[in-house]
Design a protein around this ligand. Structure first.
Ligand code: NAD
Length: 260
């Protein structure tokens, strides 16, 4: 059991699936009240039921994280329901359209940047008013693609958004230290989730493929993609007081995938 999480309040975005879902479960297991933020979909309601079955307090918000009004409303609703927000997992994200830069449609570039980067900004912005009294922990999901691994072709928009999240997290850590709000960013390698549903390769990708030395997703530690639950354990640790001196840090969780 991690210190000080029981009865505290967490908002998790992208909570209907993958890393967000596993983290919502992990935080509920620690006794946290959890607001599940995701686009309207059946999976979000399934996760709500899963947490309710664990006797956790849970609420949901039907939100596109790139929509300023919806994000604002969701954070206000969680704070109204439970009186405070202690932890935020800004995790919703998409791979989006994969395309060579020369063929990338500006609207496809924008969409990836809007969801991944603007969505992160909006969640942090609208969490602050509810966290600045008591302090807390914000964890942002970037990716090793933000800095180290570029063998997935056509991901210029995705990688740019993920690198932007790291810079943003560091600025936020500096700026929010005055409120005792910690901000950290995690960089997973390949994790077994449903992200392929939000991955749209274009035929033009074949133009830019070059041979890579190691198979995609190869990880020295486990020779297979990681599991969402392994990421969830890191997020729960960062949310807790066990990480009380950790802020502004970029943590890789990739079985050394980024080193090969
Ligand atoms: P996933 O597709 O299983 O889950 C992502 C969730 O985010 C989905 O439920 C989806 O509905 C939601 N979502 C997408 N767009 C949204 C929007 N505009 N507003 C609200 N919710 C939205 O994928 P995942 O792998 O669990 O992805 C979570 C995060 O992890 C993403 O930021 C992704 O970039 C990052 N990541 C994933 C991997 C991987 O290999 N799976 C690796 C590194 C980083």
């Amino acid at each position: 059991v991690l210190p000080e999480l029981k009865d505290k309040v967490a908002v998790v975005t992208g909570a209907a699936s993958g890393i967000g879902r596993a983290t919502a479960v992990a935080l509920a297991q620690q006794g946290m009240k959890v607001c599940l933020v995701d686009l309207k979909n059946e999976r979000r309601e399934q996760v709500k039921q899963q947490l309710a079955d664990m006797k956790a307090e849970v609420m949901t918000a039907d939100v596109d994280v790139s929509d300023p009004n919806r994000v604002h409303q969701a954070f206000d609703a969680a704070a109204k329901q439970w009186g405070r927000i202690d932890a935020v997992f800004a995790n919703a994200g998409i791979n989006g359209v994969l395309s060579p830069i020369e063929d990338m449609k500006p609207e496809d570039w924008d969409h990836t940047l809007f969801v991944n980067l603007k969505g992160t900004f909006l969640c942090v912005k609208h969490a602050i008013p509810h966290m600045k009294q008591n302090g807390g922990s914000i964890i942002i999901t970037s990716s090793i693609n933000g800095s180290r691994v570029f063998s997935n072709f056509g991901m210029s928009a995705y990688s740019t958004s993920k690198a932007g999240q790291v810079a943003f997290a560091k600025m936020a850590a500096l700026e929010l230290a005055r409120y005792k709000i910690r901000v950290n960013v995690i960089c997973p390698g390949s994790i077994k989730t449903n992200i392929s549903e939000n991955t749209h390769p274009t035929p033009e990708l074949d133009k830019i493929k070059i041979p890579v030395k190691y198979p995609e997703g190869s990880q020295p530690l486990e020779h297979a993609p990681g599991q969402p639950e392994q990421v969830a354990d890191l997020v729960a640790f960062l949310a807790s007081d066990a990480a009380s001196h950790i802020t502004g840090t970029e943590l890789f969780i990739d079985g050394a995938e980024s080193l090969i």
